[in-house]
Design a protein around this ligand. Sequence first.
Ligand SMILES: Cc1cc2nc3c(=O)[nH]c(=O)nc-3n(C[C@H](O)[C@H](O)[C@H](O)COP(=O)(O)OP(=O)(O)OC[C@H]3O[C@@H](n4cnc5c(N)ncnc54)[C@H](O)[C@@H]3O)c2cc1C
Length: 303
Amino acid sequence: MLDKLQQIIGKGKIRQNVSLGVYSTFKLGGKAEYLVQAETEEDIINAVQAAHTFKLNITILGGISNVIIGEGGIKGIVIRNLTSDKKVIQDEKDFVLLEVSSGYYITRLAKETAEMGYEGIEFHYGLPGTIGGAVYMNSKWSGHQPTKYVGDVVHTAKTIDREGKQNIRDKAYLKFAYDYSFIQETKEIILNVTLKLKKNVPKQLTERCMQAMDYRRRTQPYGVATSGCFFKNVNGQSVGKMIDDLGLKGYSIGGAEISTIHANFIVNKQNATPEDVRKLVDYIKKKIKKAYNVDIEEEVIFL
Ligand SMILES: Cc1cc2nc3c(=O)[nH]c(=O)nc-3n(C[C@H](O)[C@H](O)[C@H](O)COP(=O)(O)OP(=O)(O)OC[C@H]3O[C@@H](n4cnc5c(N)ncnc54)[C@H](O)[C@@H]3O)c2cc1C
């Protein structure tokens, strides 16, 4: 099968049985049956075509900062999205339309757009992962009131479906909401994203980048293996505060620990396994249900 896949995808671009943990921010997880390191949009399109031709499952991953890959790994083709093009496609007096590859790292994008005087992404400076993952998740920055969502500045997204059909999806189609975009249901793969960014003074925007980073460093565990906030807030209430109020900071199962700095973060303290994380998550859910009678839901995706 590898030979056949290589014919479509390219010889140096696909490998078999590749550990994914090393690429994930949580530093854990199993192997990809086949891993494609996609550096261009064409690499993604070829991988989709190959998966369709040979009826293989296909999964796209960006920064692997919001997923836990199980020990059994991921069957079929996994695309690790390393695409990184960016160009202004429309330049008006007050705004630009900026087309960005879905694999573009969002922190790099925040810095570059701020320096160019394009407003809208700067609050996401310090957010791990790619713009594709951030659109899929509608990632947010709640260090600012009102909360800033990545979806706020999305104009369109170019997608490809599992059969290889490409579409331009507008904002209405994407139905952004808290931790949600419609892509979670359609399972389309985002090839690129066009952002509508207002023009502003670069200094003001770069200062916002620094404020966001400073806030992250003060309030979140930094430089550790984690997937960020693990649970979605419920009815506008902070799940981190609920966990903290139960005195669970520092509680651990196996190598997985509830951060001592931010109770909604689970950290890979010592060679945690996906199973350790699963058990800790179930434990937290039970405790929250018992104490507050609410069901909490994971923001992080178990694959
Ligand atoms: C330290 C830390 C801090 C964090 N802070 C925040 C925060 O402030 N706010 C916040 O909202 N999140 C935060 N996160 C979570 C995470 O960084 C974001 O959700 C991020 O946007 C995910 O992007 P990614 O590229 O890593 O996606 P991945 O984790 O690789 O993938 C997430 C999901 O998106 C899908 N996906 C990825 N790329 C594409 C694509 N091109 N097309 C279609 N689907 C795709 C994947 O299949 C998967 O289902 C944090 C995480 C960490 C580790």
